[in-house]
Design a protein around this ligand. Structure first.
Ligand code: FAD
Ligand code: SF4
Length: 457
């Protein structure tokens, strides 16, 4: 008889409770649930789930280790391939990655909850002392301390390289620190994983803006190699009338004020707009995070998206949580004009209804305006979450840097740019993507750096 036990889903706090604070939505698996879920893994010989993991975590091995030896042994298996397991266990879109390929998905009670198990292991494994490897004689500068930079730095440090990370902000972590909200990814979790990397010997220098306080050529002169992992932090806007009104802001600005500067706290020195009726434009993870953050700051929130629910790019879990929390979705709707009051503050937005036409070049059905469908949504804050591109600062301070029209750095799949000893990866190279793809890029670049720069005997 085939085992058809049902998948254990992550528990979540009641929506009516969690919208009152910024604490984490899910408390994670209990030990009993984690072991029950681990017991569902069939230890498939060919491990199809691993096909879906961009950093190649040995999934059946870590789950077996959890079952038989406990969290510490499982953590040792995971950390051989993944330098930020507590982060990935929380924010990776597992439903499109490892869990999508799990053999149990269709007919055997649902995929094993691999992400929730990874999180359980990372949260429960006792900290072990990190041994610093013997120096290998290579020195590397890493620009940016997001998942790409940290992952690259960690693999280099594990191989004995001397690694210095240059980070523009006053805290390390990139989007993990300033973008993804506390209620999805507590900052204590990010800090703990970064401390573990520092224990490997990675030096992180905050408040260092490459292109201002130090230039790329200077870093290349003083290091054997430089990795650019500076992300894609420049927000895109709608380009419609009224976008410069007070109360219109990017999701990046809202989230940075709240996450990095802790503006949600009563004692915070950084202010944040606290609209009563907030419109968020967009439907990716960033839009969901902005909408759910505005909700926790006390607003009624309407999310406006020009396609239908099926095309919403955010994780299914984030969409479901947003709905539970009372976010209203206006789908097949596009803003065309933002209105202000006599003092210059936003007071509403005119939208049009859309319908979906034939698929365009990207394979997605094109939204088409429905004639005569204009209507107004009153609001006192409007948040734009339409995506981001790389910040042009590094390019402007070093015009030789090879970039595409969109401003992303040109490099091959192993992060090698056309300039010798200069590497890139993560959102800086691909445009806005995911944590695990950025980490995978950082790892491949670390491998390339070690191959290219190994001191000759
Ligand atoms: P980043 O994380 O952007 O890090 C780049 C770092 O470089 C930053 O710290 C920046 O300050 C620094 N930097 C930039 N310029 C310079 C300079 N000139 N000098 C020095 N330092 C510099 N992905 C998921 O997988 N799951 C999610 O749930 C998810 N949610 C998201 C929610 C939000 C709000 C956002 C914005 C993104 C989300 N993503 C999610 C996407 C994911 O976070 C990114 O794809 C990932 O962080 C990219 O990593 P990175 O290291 O390339 O860049
Ligand atoms: Fe376990 Fe699913 Fe991977 Fe098979 S595919 S090893 S059941 S997690």
């Amino acid at each position: 008889m085939m085992d058809k036990t049902l998948r254990n889903a992550l528990p979540a706090r009641e929506a009516s409770e969690r919208i009152k604070d910024f604490f984490e939505v899910s408390p994670g698996f209990s030990e009993q649930t984690a072991l029950a879920e681990a017991a569902r893994c069939l230890s498939c010989k060919n491990a199809p789930c691993m096909k879906g993991c961009p950093v190649g975590v040995h999934i059946p091995d870590f789950i077996a280790a959890l079952r038989t030896e406990g969290a510490q042994a499982a953590a040792a298996v995971i950390s051989a391939d993944n330098n930020l397991p507590a982060v990935c266990g929380r924010v990776c879109p597992q439903e499109n990655q490892c869990e999508k390929f799990c053999i149990r998905r269709e007919k055997l009670g649902g995929s094993v909850s691999i992400g929730a198990l990874e999180r359980f292991v990372a949260d429960h494994a006792p900290e072990t002392e990190k041994r610093r490897p013997a120096p290998c004689g290579i020195s590397v500068a890493v620009v940016g301390s997001g998942p790409a930079g940290l992952s690259c730095a960690a693999d280099l440090a594990k191989a004995g390289a001397k690694v210095t990370v240059f980070e523009a902000l006053h805290k390390a972590g990139g989007v993990l620190e300033y973008g993804i909200p506390e209620f999805r990814l507590p900052k204590a979790v990010v800090d703990k994983e970064i401390k573990a990397l520092e224990a490997l010997g990675v030096e992180i220098r905050c408040d260092e803006v490459v292109g201002r306080s130090v230039t790329l050529p200077e870093l290349m002169e003083t290091h054997d190699a430089v990795f650019i992992g500076s992300g894609a932090g420049l927000p895109l806007f709608l380009g419609i009338d009224g976008e410069t009104l007070c109360g219109v802001l990017s999701a990046n600005e809202l989230l940075t004020r709240v996450n990095l500067m802790k503006a949600y706290r009563e004692d915070a020195v950084t202010p944040v707009p606290r609209g009563k009726n907030v419109v968020v434009v967009g439907a990716g993870n960033v839009a969901m995070d902005a909408a759910r953050t505005a909700r926790r700051l006390g607003a009624e929130v309407t999310l406006v998206y020009r396609r239908s629910r099926a095309e919403m790019p955010a994780r299914a879990e984030e969409i479901a949580h947003a709905e539970e929390e009372g976010i209203k979705f206006e789908l097949l709707t596009n803003p065309v004009r933002i209105h202000g009051d006599e003092k210059g503050f936003v007071c509403g937005v005119t939208c049009v209804r859309m319908r979906l036409g034939e698929p365009g070049k990207d394979g997605r059905r094109r939204p088409i305006v429905v004639e005569g469908s204009e209507f107004d949504i009153p609001c006192d804050e409007l948040v734009v979450a339409l995506g981001t591109t790389p910040n042009p600062l590094i390019k402007s301070s070093y015009p030789d840097l090879p970039t595409t029209e969109k401003g992303t750095v040109i490099a091959d799949e192993n992060g090698r740019t056309p300039i010798p000893r200069l590497y890139a990866g993560g959102d800086a190279m691909t445009g806005a993507a995911t944590v695990i793809l950025a980490m995978g890029a950082g790892k491949r670049a670390a491998k390339a750096i070690l191959e290219d720069c190994a001191p000759r005997a």
